[in-house]
Design a protein around this ligand. Sequence first.
Ligand code: AMP
Length: 280
Amino acid sequence: MRIADRIVEVRSAVQRARHNGSSVGLVPTMGALHAGHVSLIERAAAVDDFVVVSVFVNPTQFGPAEDFDAYPRRLQEDASIAAEHGAHLVFAPAVEEMYPVGASTFVEVGGLTANLCGAFRPGHFRGVTTVVSKLFNIVAPDRAYFGEKDYQQMLVIKGMVRDMHMPVEIVGCPTVREADGLAMSSRNAYLSAEERAAAPAIRAGLLAGAQIVSRGGSAAEAVQAAIAHIATQPLLKVQYLEAVDPETLARPNHNGPPMLLAAAVFAGDTRLIDNIAVED
Ligand code: AMP
């Protein structure tokens, strides 16, 4: 497996693949790959002939008090996992490669970034859309694969692609979970044994809320039930838990589906997110 750390290397590898008639898929990640990432890589490998996995802990999407320095970095292991599951190239640039000296151009999506995680992580989505635009310009993929676990992120990227006429198809992939329902995340590694034992209540709470929505209940009732369930675990602190329209992320003015229940919950110092979409 080749690990490219330079943009020129990636461009020439992609050019060679295209010359041979290959379609190109991109899976952007921050590394510390787990089964959630693997599901994206496998999906990409099933659809596209040449699969690039990027591994880049992007500084511009972290707030000053967030975990940029502590974020797990294990590139060699990630490259083996990516290769094993069908990737052809890993792109792992240094920060200076992605942000040349003096870089002062950002890509920002309005509207969809205003609430949920956007309200609690100022600048986060601006960092995400900026780095993903860079990756799209470098790799020029036919398709890029994103997880529904980061539902708002996926929607924001889709909005960016639509608004900026980017010639890439965004493929959403279902959330991969541990056996007890906890959504897989690189940040799960931060959890103590007690926090890890409490964390599945996030999914269980969202499921309780989703059940109310599917029976025609209101957003307020669903939110109340979900928060009450999570509150049974004293180690968990809800940052937000909202029921929103799954397309606009605005407050719904209807009861019942379609509705998205989305939450950010602290388990100790670790911020975990999850969501459930209740379909029509
Ligand atoms: P990250 O490395 O956390 O930035 O995630 C990279 C990509 O993997 C994003 O598109 C995430 O939504 C996706 N992803 C992360 N965790 C999961 C999961 N448990 N199931 C499915 N996709 C995931």
